[in-house]
Design a protein. Structure first.
Length: 321
């Protein structure tokens, strides 16, 4: 499957609207997260007529709101809700930080029934944990009018501008990535990290699975998702493990690679998005003609006798006796 903007494995866009006080900071906060494609500040769920900022500040009835377009396959609604509750006081009525007024009320405005179910369940659990009823309104989006252009990405244009959200929270995703990188490096090692996360290539003939033909299954070293079986492995002499096909078509994503002044097809795992290697059309004709040239460092091998115990028992039947 070719990776592109229409790939259903990667792109599943949804839209949610958050009111959480002054929209300048709320927009900047959500813009940092992977999977958030676009944000826009505006005025929501008031009279059905576009207001000016001045009218909103004099009780037009609209809430300062941020429209968040997100890729559900990268960041889901529950994660967005967790982040939202980091930056609001959920018990405060018409007030966040030093900002007071109906336009500063908290609200989650949904666009589909499945979003409502998730939001209601999430907020009910929050109420149980806090022991009080939340002041956050949960309503379908009635209307949304984009704010004036100078309000869009305001804190990027005015980095010293006012914000009720602590500035350290604008680096939350950056800090999270650093922590995750350290954890992952410790878990899989430096070489595997560089290969899977930065598309590095191990030296030819150096990988532990190059000249290795035991029966079993090969999985993504990062995510554990099944990728290849030993029955489809062959000795290509290229210096890296070679397979004639993946365990199933949906296991891999293919992407055009123009690096190193070459035109190649990169191969990534579909769930973990780990770089694995490349696929070429010079494989054995009797096996389909493809050669999946894969870095050993990107793989973890599970022997046939351990597949059941490791949770891969359903794939044992695919391995030739």
């Amino acid at each position: 499957m070719i990776y592109n903007s229409k790939s259903i494995l990667y792109i599943k866009m949804k839209t949610i609207y958050f009111a959480g006080g002054c929209f300048w900071g709320v927009e900047k906060f959500f813009n940092q997260f992977d999977g958030v494609k676009e944000t826009k500040v505006g005025y929501a769920n008031g009279p059905n007529k576009a207001p000016t900022y001045e009218e909103v500040c004099t009780n037009s009835g609209h809430a300062e709101t941020v429209k968040v377009e997100y890729n559900e396959n990268v960041i889901n609604l529950i994660q967005l809700l967790e982040y939202y509750f980091m930056i609001i006081d959920p018990l405060s009525v018409n007030k966040q930080g030093n900002d007071v007024g109906i336009q500063y009320r908290t609200g989650i405005y949904y666009t589909s029934q499945d979003q409502l179910d998730i939001i209601k369940n999430f907020c009910e659990n929050k109420e149980k944990k806090i022991g009080k009823k939340l002041a956050v309104e949960i309503l379908p989006l009635k209307n949304f009018f984009p704010a004036e252009e100078h309000h869009q990405m305001y804190l990027d244009k005015n980095p010293f501008g006012y914000c009720h959200i602590p500035k350290k929270l604008f680096k939350l995703n950056q800090e999270k990535k650093k922590l995750n990188e350290k954890k992952l490096r410790n878990k899989i090692g430096d070489l595997a990290y560089e290969v899977t996360q930065n598309a590095a290539t191990e030296k030819p003939y150096s990988g532990k699975y190059d000249n290795f033909f035991e029966k079993g299954i090969y999985v993504d070293i990062v995510s554990g998702e099944p990728l290849f079986i030993s029955s489809d492995k062959f000795n290509s002499g290229c210096g890296w493990p070679a397979f004639s096909k993946p365990i199933k078509k949906e296991a891999l994503i293919e992407k055009k690679d123009l690096s190193h002044l070459m035109v190649r097809t990169e191969v990534r795992s579909s769930k973990g998005n780990s770089h694995l290697g490349h696929v070429f059309d010079d494989g054995p004709k009797d096996k389909g003609g493809l050669r999946y040239c894969i870095n050993s460092a990107a793989l973890k091998f599970i022997p046939l006798e351990n597949m059941e115990k490791e949770g891969y028992g359903e794939y044992k039947a695919l391995i030739a006796n």
